[in-house]
Design a protein around this ligand. Structure first.
Ligand SMILES: Nc1ncnc2c1ncn2[C@@H]1O[C@H](COP(=O)(O)OP(=O)(O)OP(=O)(O)O)[C@@H](O)[C@H]1O
Ligand SMILES: [Mg+2]
Length: 423
C-alpha cells in the first residue's frame, strides 16, 4: 500500500486533483488523511472526453500544481477518472480449471477473469476494467471468496468496461505529460458510488447517477455487486444551453441564472418573479419571468429523468432497486430535481453527497458536496485497491496486457525526458 494516494478527476466543467496520506490504526484498518486539493475550470474537454490535448494538459497541470502546493508534496502517481460516450460495457464469462490438490488460488481467479476479458472488441477499443460480478465453484453460484475452496472448475461472471483507445490515450497523455503515472483509470460512476452509497443501499439494490456537466454516468448495484453501467450523453451543460437558447443569451449568463434562480419545479415559483439577463444584440439587460426560466429547465430535467428510466428499464434490473436512485455530481444540486425524479420514475430518489462518515479525515467543506463525489471516490478506490485486486479485478501479469498500466510507466518515463524538471 503506498503511503500517499492521489486522484485526478478530469471533468467537463472542472478538473480536481486531490492528495491524501494513508493511515493505519492499531487494528490495521486503513483510512485517509487529506493533504491537499487543487481545482481549476476545465479546458479542452467536451462531454467528458479530451478534445484538445494541449489545452487539457495545461489545465490538468494547473490543478496538479495547486494540489501539490497545498499539500507540500509532489504527485507521483494518481487514480484518474474516465467517462464519455465512447465507453462500452458488457457482461462476459470466464472459466478456469482448478488443481483439486491445492484448491482455488488467486492465479485461478486471474485466469478466469482473463478469459472473461478476452471479448471480441471492435477496432480501436480497449478494456478498461474487468470486474467480477459473481464466482461459481463447481456449479455453486454466488461464492464470495473462492480462494482455498476445493474444486475442479471455477467460473466468473464479469462486467467488462471498454473504451476508445484514442480517448484513453488522450486522457492518459494529459496526466503523464506532467511526469505522473496513472495508477489506474477508473470508470467515473464506479468511483462516485464509493463516496455516496450507503452499504445498505448497495446490498438491497440501487442505481447511482453522477450527473456532471457533460455526462451522466449510471451504475447499478445489487447484493453489493456491480450489475450494470452506462454513460449517458447528457449533463448540466444541456440545461444551461437550453436556457441560453430560450433567452437568447450567452452561455455564461444562462449558467449564472441556472445556479442562482434555477429550479426543476416551476410551479413553485411566483408568477411575478423576474430575473435580469444580458441578451445578444442588446446593450441593456432585459427582464424575464423566473418561472419561464424554470420551465425551460423542467422540460430538460424531465427528459433526463425519462432517459434514466429507459436505461434502468433496458438494464433488466428496474424492479430490483428498492433503494431507488441516488443522484450525485454537480447537476444533481438543481433545486427540485429529486422531487421531479420521484414523480417521473416513481421510485425513491435522493441526492448523494460524500458522506462525513467516510474513512477520510480533513476534507474541506468544498469536497463535501455532490460536485466532488467522483474526485473523493477516486481516492477511496485507491485506498481499496489492494483488497479489490484479488477479488474483483483482473491484473495482467507484468502489466503487459493491462491497458491501465501499459502505456503509463513507459509513457511517463518518456515524457519525463521531454519535460523541464518540475523541481
Ligand atoms: N447548485 C447547482 N444547481 C444546478 N446545477 C449545478 C449546481 N452546481 C453545479 N451545477 C452544475 O453541475 C455541473 C458540473 O458538475 P460536475 O462538476 O459534477 O461536472 P464535471 O465533473 O465537470 O463534468 P463531467 O463529469 O460530466 O465530465 C455544471 O453543469 C453546473 O452548472
Ligand atoms: Mg464529473
Amino acid at each position: 500500500m503506498p503511503e500517499i494516494i492521489s486522484a485526478i478527476d478530469i471533468g467537463t466543467t472542472k478538473i480536481c486533483a486531490l492528495m491524501a496520506a494513508v493511515t493505519t490504526d492499531s487494528l490495521g484498518r486503513t483510512s485517509l488523511k487529506m493533504l491537499g486539493e487543487g481545482q481549476v475550470a476545465s479546458r479542452g474537454i467536451r462531454r467528458g472526453v479530451v478534445v484538445n490535448v494541449p489545452e487539457a494538459t495545461a489545465a490538468v497541470g494547473e490543478a496538479i500544481e495547486k494540489c501539490e502546493k497545498s499539500a507540500g508534496h509532489q504527485i507521483l502517481g494518481a487514480y484518474v477518472g474516465i467517462a464519455g460516450s465512447h465507453i462500452g460495457t458488457r457482461n462476459s464469462k470466464g472459466v478456469s480449471p482448478v488443481d483439486k490438490r491445492h484448491g482455488i488460488t488467486g492465479n485461478d481467479m486471474q485466469r478466469a477473469l482473463e478469459g472473461a476479458r478476452a471479448v471480441a472488441l471492435p477496432e480501436n477499443q480497449e478494456v478498461i476494467h474487468t470486474i467480477a460480478r459473481e464466482w461459481t465453484v463447481d456449479g455453486q453460484t454466488a461464492v464470495q471468496h473462492p480462494v482455498g475452496m476445493s474444486a475442479f472448475r471455477l467460473e466468473v461472471d464479469a462486467h467488462v468496461v471498454t473504451g476508445s483507445s484514442t480517448a484513453v490515450q488522450n486522457l492518459v497523455q494529459c496526466v503523464v505529460a506532467h511526469g505522473i503515472d496513472v495508477e489506474e483509470l477508473v470508470l467515473e460512476p464506479l468511483a462516485a458510488n464509493e463516496a455516496v452509497l450507503k452499504p445498505e443501499e448497495r446490498r438491497m439494490g440501487v442505481a447511482v447517477v453522477d450527473m456532471g456537466g457533460g455526462t451522466s454516468d449510471l451504475a447499478i448495484f445489487i447484493d453489493n455487486r456491480l450489475c450494470h453501467t452506462v454513460i449517458l450523453d447528457m449533463g448540466g451543460n444541456h440545461l444551461t444551453n437550453d436556457v441560453a437558447v430560450g433567452l437568447r443569451c450567452p452561455f455564461e449568463t444562462a449558467e449564472e441564472l441556472k445556479l442562482r434562480y434555477g429550479s426543476a419545479l416551476p410551479e413553485r415559483i411566483a408568477d411575478d418573479e423576474t430575473v435580469w439577463a444580458t441578451v445578444f444584440g442588446e446593450k441593456a439587460e432585459r427582464s424575464f419571468s423566473r418561472r419561464f426560466v424554470c420551465e425551460v429547465l423542467e422540460a430538460r430535467a424531465i427528459e433526463m429523468m425519462e432517459v434514466i428510466g429507459e436505461k434502468l428499464d433496458a438494464s433488466g434490473y428496474l424492479d430490483r432497486l428498492p433503494a431507488g436512485l441516488v443522484l450525485t455530481g454537480g447537476c444533481s444540486q438543481l433545486q427540485g430535481l429529486t422531487e421531479l425524479g420521484r414523480g417521473v420514475l416513481n421510485m425513491p430518489v435522493r441526492v448523494g453527497t460524500p458522506a462525513t462518515n467516510l474513512p477520510i479525515t480533513g476534507m474541506s467543506r468544498n469536497l463535501l458536496t455532490p460536485t466532488y463525489s467522483t474526485s473523493v471516490g477516486l481516492l477511496l478506490w485507491g485506498l481499496n485497491a489492494d483488497e479489490r485486486s484479488i477479488h474483483t479485478r483482473y491484473e495482467a501479469d507484468n502489466g503487459a496486457n493491462n491497458s491501465s498500466t501499459k502505456w503509463v510507466g513507459q509513457a511517463a518515463k518518456w515524457f519525463k525526458y521531454l519535460l523541464p524538471d518540475r523541481n
